[in-house]
Design a protein around this ligand. Structure first.
Ligand code: GUN
Length: 294
């Protein structure tokens, strides 16, 4: 039987570590992260609310900016510019996905690199590519790397297969796992990959970041593999008050008996994304305070 990796418990430990670290700092004001949400996408509303709640528990101030669904690019740019220049703001997060009239790449690149705690800007992706420790690393891949480390999963020399090549998860995940110190051999699969099941079944570490339920079935998983499920899919359910339930990209029931370790949905990768956002925010704060540039 596989071990279920408890993302909630791991994230909680990290929150406590960050809180302890923060309590030893005395810079005259708390760290501050600004959240920008455009529109009322229910998942985004819920994620941003959760991030604000965890920030408060740690002692990080958060400021929520909600813009209407019809916001134009120049209006969003203007808000980002204002926050970029606000010396009381250490970190900026623009919640994705954005409404279709807005350009995500342009938006992410508008955020000043030293406040880009999402790590989505060209500057931070470039630093990650160069294995520069100053890079802010995207929170979901950073959370997965931390979860693997804290769960005792060895990556050096191992075969890691990532399904999904997004800028938010797949690409930075591949860079993180293949960099010196992690030393995995990484394969990135996507919608055009041939023989997906065969490639996946060779993985020691299989990471599913597709956004489609039941993408990974038992026949795609090697006996004893570690399976990380990044998917958070809302499917209709008559059994819950909300009318939906969350499932991952992995068919948990059939896959879990086959693997050594597996993350559940919810309670696996999701909480780690939030924990890494808090860690990045604390880093940005410490950097700003040390440099006193702003
Ligand atoms: N949407 C899904 N994941 C993320 C994330 O890590 N950051 C932001 N800003 N939006 C997201």
């Amino acid at each position: 039987m596989s071990e279920i990796i408890d993302g909630n418990a791991t994230a909680k430990s990290i929150h406590q570590e960050l809180k302890d670290e923060l309590s030893k700092l005395n810079f005259g004001r708390p760290p501050c992260v600004a959240f920008i949400r455009v529109g009322e996408d229910p998942a985004s509303v819920s994620y941003v609310k959760k991030k604000g709640k965890v920030a408060a528990e740690i002692g990080i101030e958060s400021r929520l900016h909600v813009l209407p669904e019809t916001t134009e690019q120049n209006e969003l740019d203007a808000l980002i510019d204002k926050l970029n220049g606000d010396e009381t703001v250490d970190a900026i997060l623009v919640q994705a996905p954005l409404p279709k009239q807005l350009n995500e790449r342009r938006t992410f690149n508008r955020v000043r690199a030293d406040k880009d705690v999402d790590g989505f800007s060209n500057a931070n992706l470039g630093l990650l590519c160069q294995e520069d420790p100053q890079a802010f690393v995207a929170c979901t891949p950073a959370g997965i790397a931390e979860l693997l480390k804290r769960s005792g999963v060895k990556t050096a020399g191992k075969k890691a297969v990532i399904i999904g090549r997004s800028l938010i998860v797949g690409k930075p995940m591949a860079l993180l796992l293949s960099k010196k110190g992690s030393d995995a051999t990484v394969t990135v699969c996507h919608s055009k990959s041939e023989n997906l099941a065969e490639i996946c079944s060779q993985a020691d570490i299989l990471i599913a970041a597709v956004g489609r339920p039941n993408t990974v079935s038992a026949d795609m998983v090697k006996e004893g593999a570690c399976v990380i499920d990044v998917g958070i899919n809302r499917i209709p359910s008559s059994e819950t008050k909300s009318g939906y339930r969350l499932v991952g990209d992995v068919d948990f029931k059939s896959v879990s008996p086959k693997c050594s370790k597996i993350t559940p949905v919810p309670g696996g990768v999701g909480p780690m994304t939030v924990a890494m956002l808090m860690r990045n925010t604390l880093s940005a704060y410490k950097r700003h305070m040390a440099e006193r540039k702003i």
